[in-house]
Structure formats: structure tokens, C-alpha cells
Design a protein around this ligand. Structure first.
Ligand code: ZN
Length: 184
């Protein structure tokens, strides 16, 4: 199972590389990686298991965060009641369109690969359309809005070598465009 010791941290060059696309059928190695990444997220959101294995809670995990520079990321997004509203593993995801309108989390963002707290709003598209493959090769197109769109954007950023704080306005970290949807 993936543990915190397996998570690559900011400063590791793999987090700044553009991850390579995978080919289908996926090698068993990558099928296992997808299973392991999703298992991390499930376990990390279970208070007992997370405590036992000292897992930091996560809603998304990208392959470069476990040292693999391949285009794969798992998402397990709960609502504020803890009900899962989006669960998927993206392989070779591409953002095909996104809204001009932005959204951000009122508390900023965190990342399993970034140990320190970095304050500031992280503006991202409020709506996004993503084309990707599932682990079995099925092609999908989905439209996401709000919180799941934020998580998807955060994970796809990882596949392009970006970290969340790259999107924070360095001169004014809490400045937002006027119609930004702030999610609390
Ligand atoms: Zn992250």
C-alpha cells in the first residue's frame, strides 16, 4: 500500500516533469498503480485507517506524486457530508474546454507533496471539460463544475509539472477576479 513515505515532495524533479502518456492496454504495472492510488485515497479518508497508517487525507493523487512520470491520476471527491460525489482514475486526461469564470476554495489548497501551508487563493476554471481514458481504455468526456473541477484541475496540473501555488497571485495572494465563485 502507498504510505506517506512513498509520496514525492516538493523539490523532487519528478513533480516538475510533464508526465508521459500511457498506451493501451495498460501494462499490469500501471493497472496496479491505479488500484494503489485509489486505495490510498479511500484509506486516507477513513479516519481509523488513516490514523493507523498516518495517512494525510487526500481527494486526489497523481502518478508523479508516487514517483512515476506517467499521465494518470485518481480522484475521490466527497461532499461536505463525506458522501463521494466523484470517483475516477484519469489516464491521459486533456482539458478540452474551460470557463472564463473562475472558482477557488475559501481556505486555499493543500497538496500531499507540499508539507508547508501556503496561503492564498488558487483560482481555477469554474467549469471544465476533460477527455480521458479509464483504466480499461474506455474513452470518456466529462464536464465538471465547482469543487470536483478544482480537484481535477489540481491533479491534471500535476501531470503537467505544476503545483497549486504556481497559480497564487504572488503580488496579492488574496486578490480575485470579480465574479470568482468562492467555495467554502
Ligand atoms: Zn497535489
Amino acid at each position: 500500500m502507498i504510505l506517506m513515505k512513498d509520496i514525492t515532495r516538493d523539490g523532487n524533479p519528478v513533480l516538475r516533469q510533464v508526465a508521459k502518456d500511457l498506451t493501451f492496454p495498460l501494462d499490469s504495472e500501471y493497472q496496479k498503480l491505479a488500484t494503489d492510488m485509489m486505495a490510498y485515497l479511500v484509506n486516507s479518508q477513513d479516519p481509523e485507517i488513516a490514523k493507523k497508517h498516518q495517512l494525510r487525507a487526500g481527494v486526489g493523487l497523481a502518478a508523479p506524486q508516487v514517483g512515476q512520470s506517467v499521465s494518470m491520476a485518481s480522484l475521490l471527491v466527497p461532499d461536505d457530508q463525506g458522501n463521494i460525489i466523484f470517483k475516477e482514475t484519469f489516464v491521459n486526461p486533456v482539458v478540452t474546454s474551460e470557463s472564463v469564470r473562475l472558482t477557488c476554495l475559501s481556505e486555499g489548497e493543500g497538496c500531499l507533496s507540499v508539507d508547508k501551508v501556503i496561503d492564498g487563493y488558487v483560482p481555477r476554471p469554474y467549469k471544465t471539460t476533460i477527455q480521458y481514458h479509464q483504466v480499461d481504455g474506455t474513452e470518456k468526456t466529462i464536464r465538471l463544475k465547482g469543487y470536483p473541477a478544482i480537484v481535477a484541475s489540481h491533479e491534471i496540473d500535476h501531470l503537467n509539472g505544476h503545483l497549486f501555488y504556481d497559480r497564487i497571485n504572488a503580488a496579492d495572494p488574496f486578490k480575485l477576479a470579480e465574479d470568482t465563485v468562492v467555495i467554502s
